[in-house]
Design a protein around this ligand. Structure first.
Ligand code: TXA
Ligand code: MG
Length: 360
């Protein structure tokens, strides 16, 4: 494994590795991705192996040019109303933190899509990601560059610590700006459905294509529970988004999620870590507990006098990095405050809820 810079020559070296079926981790505007050639089955197998990711969890195919969308997705088979929405979204939110689930082109290997008839496609806005895709094969399959189920990486050092020798190159492009993964939007059925809240807020999507449904139903965890409870029941429906497990994005320590009121009622325990959404709540809690500053107390949004949506932007950018830092101090538990739901808050709360599900 080599950590390389984001200069043109280094990106070209990583692109050559991808062309040869090897793996390169790279920055995107959301989180770091673990990239391999989307059309090379052995590269895809390496991605699943490196992440220890179950094969039922399909990958996102990254493109860097609208004209290559048709290499991966069969957009012609969409209903006319959905085709119109696709073109509006491409024009307004691509490139950017939005992944679209579309009918798959037969040429995309079933391994990339876990055998689904659909493919998830994303056009990232990060210039390094775009160059890597263009210099390699035009279609790069890339999950977040973390071991399956663990915190997503927002800097090169996270990838290095977590995947090490399981990746050939890591392009260091500094901090990922948004900090939570892309929004996954299913565009194969009306109404369109957000399967995973992420970097493109629901409000921004609805402003362009109107109402969208929320939630990937049912999750695998639900399916598993249901099949245990009722072994003779009729076959269960396929999950909308197989990777959306109840437990995911989790630090090692058990995480407990609280609203602001419940957070304020917690008393300080020196073994535990505390993750506040904003400085106001943290300040009030500090006073109640007579704790000033401590290496176990963190705040996601420190900026003063900003609106809620601005605060969720700052909070999202800090979320995974702070959780990585907290995990290193090995607390016996992490208490986290919920974010307001506006803007990127829905994605933050989604990740924290899944992290909290791990301890069950
Ligand atoms: O921001 C991101 O999306 C990052 C960067 C690297 O681009 N990538 C990322 O990939 O988060 P990953 O593999 O960690 O998450 C992909 C999500 C999973 O929840 C998966 O189940 C869902 O997308 N997905 C992929 N293909 C799908 C499909 N055909 N139908 C429904 N969901 C799909
Ligand atoms: Mg992931």
């Amino acid at each position: 494994m080599r950590v390389i810079t984001s200069c043109d020559e280094d990106i070209r070296a990583a692109a050559e590795a991808i062309k040869a079926g090897r793996l390169a981790a790279f920055p995107t505007e959301t989180v770091y991705g673990l990239g391999g050639d989307a059309f090379n089955v052995s590269a895809l197998a390496r991605i699943f192996e490196a992440k220890r990711r179950p094969r039922f969890d399909p990958l996102i195919v990254h493109i860097a040019d609208l004209s290559t969308l048709d290499m991966t997705a069969e957009t012609g088979s969409l209903a006319p109303s959905l085709r119109a929405k696709l073109s509006l979204l491409c024009r307004n939110l691509w490139p950017g933190p939005l992944t679209l689930v579309l009918p798959k082109q037969p040429a995309v290997p079933g391994l990339a899509t876990s055998g689904l008839p659909t493919v998830a496609v994303r056009f990232p806005s990060h210039p390094v990601a775009q160059k890597l895709i263009r210099y390699s094969t035009g279609a790069v399959a890339a999950p977040s560059a973390n071991p399956f189920g663990y915190l997503s990486p927002t800097k090169a050092s996270h990838v290095q610590e977590q995947l090490g020798e399981r990746v050939d190159f890591i392009i260091d492009g500094g901090n990922a700006g948004i900090g939570v993964e892309s929004t996954v939007l299913d565009l194969t059925e009306e109404p369109a459905r957000i399967l995973r809240p992420g970097g493109a807020p629901r409000e921004a999507i609805e402003a362009i294509i109107g109402h969208v449904e929320m939630g990937s139903l049912p999750t695998h965890a639900v399916l598993r529970a249901a099949s245990c409870a009722a072994p003779c029941a009729a076959p269960l429906p396929a999950p909308h988004s197989p990777g959306q497990l109840a437990s995911h994005y989790a630090p090692n320590a058990p995480l407990f999620l609280h609203d602001a009121g419940a957070m304020l009622n917690l008393s300080f325990c020196p073994d535990e870590a505390y993750l506040f959404f904003d400085e106001e709540t943290r300040g009030e809690w500090n006073m109640r507990n007579a704790v000033d500053a401590d290496g176990r107390i963190f705040t996601l949004a420190r900026g003063a006098n900003t609106g809620t949506v601005d605060k969720t932007l700052e909070a999202a950018a800090n979320l995974f990095d702070i959780l990585h830092i907290i995990d290193k101090i090995k607390p016996s538990a992490i208490h986290a405050q919920k974010s307001p739901d506006a803007g990127l808050g829905a994605a933050i709360n989604d990740r924290l809820t899944r992290a909290a599900a791990k301890r069950r």
